[in-house]
Ligand binder design. Structure first.
Ligand SMILES: [Fe+2]
Length: 386
């Protein structure tokens, strides 16, 4: 059978490896003279990473303007403030350094630099017509893969809506992925971000948009993350585990940017914003339930996931091997203190209608391998009540 046509979008240049952060100044100089450095409020400053970035930029003759205001799940207002500062200071380059939130905020600030209107307009669906400024992604968590994607996940807290603005123009100009930056992350953050990455690897592998190109990346991501996540959680300074997680996250990011995801990500946005829960934690909790929902249509791929995660599937039929993968995801969650049910972290039956309504139109939901019905989402939610 002929392959369905597909296209691939990915950052034009990726530098991966220990110590690559040291080249941020010389790399930035190739793209601009004055950089807006977009970060979270404390991690980079506290760990000295921000000082290293500033020193490298200064040495290369790139002026730095700091915007250290990105919250855990970035709001539209934060992006708007960043856009204002960018314009006031006449920056010609954006550097996003931090977790997925900082990268998503940087992406939107750079991406909307030459657009009129407010970020609210584009959040409401106005089309992006112009390329923005170049931006460099410097991830510090092995999680969202935002360094490789063209969408920025933003939150409208007033109306409780969390969704993406996306544009082909928004892929980063350069990724500098230095695994060293993840070494100081706490076990709980490693757990949540790692489960986001694992979910993204598995969902992009089984997505309706998956193709042989994305499969090769997603399978390798499942292998790297599935075999390293517990070591990275237990031994934060284990370099091999941190490196595997960083690489797995990057590969999963490229996979999802091209294959899309599934119902876990469709549900994770409304659940996350409604109960103010970390995205990765919600993904981790929901992943085994979504896999059960999808089992009948993608058992062969889940059986492959089990083998990639190092489980012994010999002598098992496809469905039994697939079940092993689901059991393993639950075991990893348990080992890392991620709740077994969303009911443990606030899910209430009275919110089901809102969650279902927000889940159904999501692009991730539509890419899920098994057709998602409101009843299907409700069933997953029911099983998450305590
Ligand atoms: Fe995610």
């Amino acid at each position: 059978m002929e392959l369905a046509p597909f296209q691939v979008i990915l950052p034009p240049r990726i530098k991966f490896g220990w110590g690559t952060l040291g080249s941020i100044g010389s790399e930035a100089k190739k793209l601009g003279n004055k950089a807006l450095v977009v970060t979270g409020r404390s991690f980079l400053a506290r760990t000295g990473i921000l000082d290293r970035i500033k020193a490298s930029l200064e040495e290369a003759g790139v002026e730095a303007v700091l915007f250290q205001e990105v919250e855990a799940e970035p709001s539209l207002e934060t992006v708007e403030r960043g856009r204002k500062l960018l314009a006031q200071e006449a920056c010609d380059l954006v550097i996003g350094a931090g977790g997925g939130s900082s990268l998503d905020a940087a992406k939107a600030i750079a991406g909307l630099a030459r657009e009129g209107g407010t970020v609210h307009d584009y959040f409401a669906g106005r089309a992006i017509e112009k390329p923005g400024l170049p931006w460099i992604a410097v991830p510090t968590t092995a999680g969202t893969g935002a360094e490789a994607t063209k969408n920025s996940v933003l939150s409208d807290y007033k109306n409780k809506v969390k969704k993406s603005i996306r544009s082909d123009y928004w892929v980063s100009s350069l990724v500098i992925w230095d695994p060293e930056l993840t070494v100081h992350k706490s076990p709980s953050l490693t757990a949540a971000t790692g489960m986001d990455a694992l979910t993204q690897a598995i969902e992009s592998y089984t997505s309706r948009g998956a193709n042989p190109f994305t499969d090769s990346l997603a399978r390798q991501a499942v292998y790297l993350i599935g075999n390293s996540i517990l070591t990275a959680y237990r031994e934060g300074d284990n370099r091999e585990a941190r490196e595997n997680m960083a690489l797995g996250c990057l590969l999963a990011g490229i996979a999802l940017a091209n294959a899309r995801l599934g119902v876990v990500h469709g549900m994770a946005h409304p659940v996350g914003i409604h109960y103010e829960l970390a995205h990765g934690l919600v993904c981790g909790v929901l992943l085994p339930y979504a896999m059960e929902y999808n089992l009948e249509v993608v058992a062969d791929k889940y059986a492959d996931v089990a083998a990639l995660m190092g489980l012994d599937t010999s002598g098992l039929d496809t469905k039994a091997a697939a079940q092993l993968a689901i059991d393993r995801v639950r075991e990893i969650n348990r080992e890392m203190g991620i709740p077994a049910k969303l009911g443990e972290v606030g899910l209430r039956e009275e919110d089901f209608a809102y969650i279902i309504e927000e889940t159904m139109p999501s692009g991730s939901t539509k890419a899920n391998p098994r057709e998602v019905t409101p009843e299907g989402v409700e069933d997953i939610l029911q099983r998450n009540l305590v």
